[in-house]
Design a binder for this molecule. Structure first.
Ligand code: GLV
Ligand code: GLV
Length: 321
């Protein structure tokens, strides 16, 4: 019998076609977010599951699927929605989609940075409100990036891609993280390692590119925000809970830091009401990887991972506990 492949939500057609070559594919039609109970019903009897970051896969998910479940492919690079040890314990392979979303996410981080430093959202709101305005030299002044210091938290693939863009903007690069990058990476980006505290104190822009783990939850809390320059801007394109959003809203309101560009939120899809009232915050609804090209590549990679595991081959991009 052909393997049963459950896809939790809409994915681009090419990827579905790839999966159909490997088994019987089920997906919710029309597309919608399945409540947990329905997801668990749907996954019963599945050999493979393709999920997105809106769905949680852990012990209960594996039990609902049954012992034949061999692979869970996340269509995301972040995998905080998966209890990897719980699945590994049951012999289930977990895969993610690194690499293919690096540039799209780095582009969006820069978009948010420019949006907040050049007041693009605020300017657009002004125009759409039909408020009279005219060009003058003191009108809506922002701040430039040239000569400023970008502090990257987590110099992985996306952090490096953000650093490369920052170099083109004339910024200097410092970074922090669990471990130092290889010497050739540091040299190539002209990036200087700093301890976390020192990075917060010296960076003009702090951009977060670490995964969400128990260690990074609320990494940016009131104390961290207090350590940052009052002129500094925070950019978050990783996961909302890396930032204490209540503390951030207070810091932005009180001028503890100057601005923020946020693509992700602590209680997604909710956004802290304090942030919605502030003009010094640029907001995006988790669009980091949201290009046609990137989403197609992510889904295709997930499908290829499923096909590999079902064929008894090593997955392309496995997440190990
Ligand atoms: C998106 O947020 C991802 O982790 O791919
Ligand atoms: C600005 O619009 C300029 O022409 O300098």
């Amino acid at each position: 019998t052909r393997p049963r492949i459950v896809v939790s939500r809409w994915i681009p057609g090419d990827a579905v076609a790839l999966l159909r070559e490997a088994g019987e594919v089920w997906l919710p039609e029309p597309d919608r977010a399945l409540p947990t109970a329905e997801l668990h019903d749907a996954v019963a009897g599945a050999d493979a599951a393709v999920i997105t970051l809106g769905e949680h896969a852990g012990a209960a998910f594996a039990r609902a699927a049954g012992p034949q479940l061999t692979v869970v492919a996340n269509v995301a690079v972040g995998h905080d929605n998966i209890d990897v040890p719980a699945l590994a314990e049951r012999g289930i392979t977990v895969t993610n989609t690194p690499g293919v979303l690096t540039d799209a996410t780095a582009d969006l981080a820069f978009g948010l940075l420019l949006s907040v430093t050049r007041r693009l959202g605020e300017g657009e709101r002004l125009l759409r409100s039909r408020t009279p305005w005219s060009f003058h030299l003191g009108f809506m002044l922002g701040s430039g990036l040239q000569g400023k210091t970008l502090g990257i938290v987590g110099l992985g693939q996306i952090g490096r891609a953000v650093a490369a863009r920052a170099r083109a903007f004339g910024m200097s690069i410092v970074y922090t993280g669990r471990r130092r990058a290889p010497a050739d990476v540091e040299t190539g980006l002209d990036a200087t390692y700093l301890p976390h505290e020192e990075l917060l104190r010296t960076a003009d822009v702090v951009s977060l590119h670490c995964p969400l783990t128990p260690e990074t939850r609320h990494l940016i809390d009131a104390t961290a925000l207090e350590a940052m320059k009052p002129t500094a801007v925070l950019v978050n394109t990783t996961r909302g809970p890396v930032v204490d959003e209540t503390a951030l809203a207070a810091a932005l309101r009180d001028g503890t830091i100057a601005g923020a560009g946020l693509d992700v939120f602590e209680h997604e899809p909710e956004v802290h009401p304090g942030l919605l009232e502030l003009d010094n915050v640029a907001l995006a609804p988790h669009l980091g990887s949201a290009t046609v090209e990137t989403r197609t590549a992510m889904a295709t990679l997930a499908a290829r991972n499923v096909r590999a595991v079902l064929a008894g081959e090593p997955p392309l991009t496995e997440v190990t506990p």
